[in-house]
Design a binder for this molecule. Sequence first.
Ligand code: ADP
Ligand code: ZN
Length: 597
Amino acid sequence: MATGNNTASTRMTYGRFLEYLDAGRVTTVDLFDSGRTAIVEAVDPDLDNRVQRLRVDLPGNAPELISRFRNEGISFDIHTPRNDAAVWGWLGNLLFPLMLIGGLFLLFRRSNNMPGGPGQAMNFGKSRARFQMEAKTGVMFDDVAGIEEAKEELQEVVTFLKKPEKFTAVGAKIPKGVLLVGPPGTGKTLLAKAIAGEAGVPFFSISGSEFVEMFVGVGASRVRDLFRKAKENAPCIIFIDEIDAVGRQRGAGIGGGNDEREQTLNQLLTEMDGFEGNTGIIIIAATNRADVLDSALLRPGRFDRQVLVDPPDVKGRLAVLQVHARNKKLSSDVSLESIARRTPGFSGADLANLLNEAAILTARRRKDETGMAEINDSIDRVVAGMEGTPLVDGKSKRLIAYHEIGHALVGTLLKHHDPVQKVTLIPRGQAQGLTWFMPSEDQSLISRAQILARITGALGGRAAEQVIFGDAEVTTGAGNDLQQVTGMARQMVTRFGMSDLGPMSLESQSGEVFLGRDWTTRSEYSEEIASRIDAQVRTIVEHCYDDACRLMRENRALIDRVVDLLIEKETIDGDEFRQIVAEYANVPEKEQFIPQL
Ligand code: ADP
Ligand code: ZN
């Protein structure tokens, strides 16, 4: 659906859009930006039903619209924004999402695209554009863990709020605005609250995304209200979450020229310029994409300080777990260290959520202490979704078993692949079976051999299906694997210079401001290079696939045996799996990097 790019530069008013809807001219609607922007395809009866693509800014009563699209058979889709900023995104693409790979997904289950579901769309229309005030946040620096550098930098802000004279006496200028930059869930809001808590001042907060869905003029007047209230209560903190929603570069991208947004932004700038640095108000804003912010926001006297809030490393995760374990009853077998090691990629919010899930599970199991069993179940659940009921033994269960064992076997036999943690046929989320790998800790550099091993491992599922059941019987279950495989192979060629095309970067990371990067990745190479890239990608994938198939053929007896065992036991853990494999083949030692704690 939303494959074309920039073709929807023509805009249509919302009123016109409603007329088009009434006239039955609308065929397709793609919603972006939490439903604030729509790209509409409509036919023009006056021009031989030519298809037009138009952009509409929606005011925000979309629940009705959605049901209308559904009733009238208009094909629509909701595109959630990709939140990860380039800095965190670029390597992240290469890593498997968290520690899970090679789930056998049944594709048709995934295609029910959210109507009625808990998607973003259901938020629109709700008028929630008020700011909140908390007289006492009750949050202290001790409650924020794992981001020590950010805390240190902000310590000074607390001092300023408590003892401004210390600074003004020596003629020092106090910062007015601080920008916290980091991915969601890393504790930016918490940190801002802790500053207020430590300084003992009130905390005003509003989210940038709330401004944008309002009618023209309302946002600006809310900003005025907010600053007026804040001045009455100074010293205080004003916290603006998701500032990128109002503070995007003006006039850029498809959404350029949203009047409401610009008015709100201008008002914000005016307010910031209008008060002196020593009124005792400090504005803290949070974003995960500093790169899209309007440069006017970053000028001296505005948000001229940036503090990075990084996702936690293993030590950080341990610290966050310690904070959240304080009010939980954990049994003595629970090791927070081992949880921290098992959760690379988890944000502070994920970890808090994990311990909370485990506590809920404990209550449900009528135990009075959370044990490692509850923790393990919760990790699986946070990563891969809810547990489902296992299939009864039958052909599809056997196929899934072979598929998963395919992944697990390749993962075990290749030296550069992360070791298997467990293989299971208990469905979770949308996956019918899953092979879990022990993640190498927070790796920031990945070698070519490792990527190739991952590609081969991800192809292991399909290879097993094909070698054991034959061409005609392969299933859609490998769809997800193949997507990852292609992505990794492509990046090897176009970004990391790991193919015969040589060390060149062929993909520009042009930050398209409005719709996230996937919408328009402009290529800066010729058709000829494009086809050479395709050829290289194909060579890599074919080579890895041949390897995976060879491993399947060479280990047929072993595979049959573990598949029987897996069907009987539903879950086999990594050590047991390796032991069985070792009876048949040479299991290489893995070099895993185990960080100090
Ligand atoms: P952000 O604003 O960066 O999206 P939040 O501050 O809203 O993240 O984090 C949500 C919750 O996750 C917090 O209320 C807290 O319980 C937990 N959390 C996140 N980061 C941390 C951290 N560094 N230390 C302790 N708890 C954290
Ligand atoms: Zn798979």
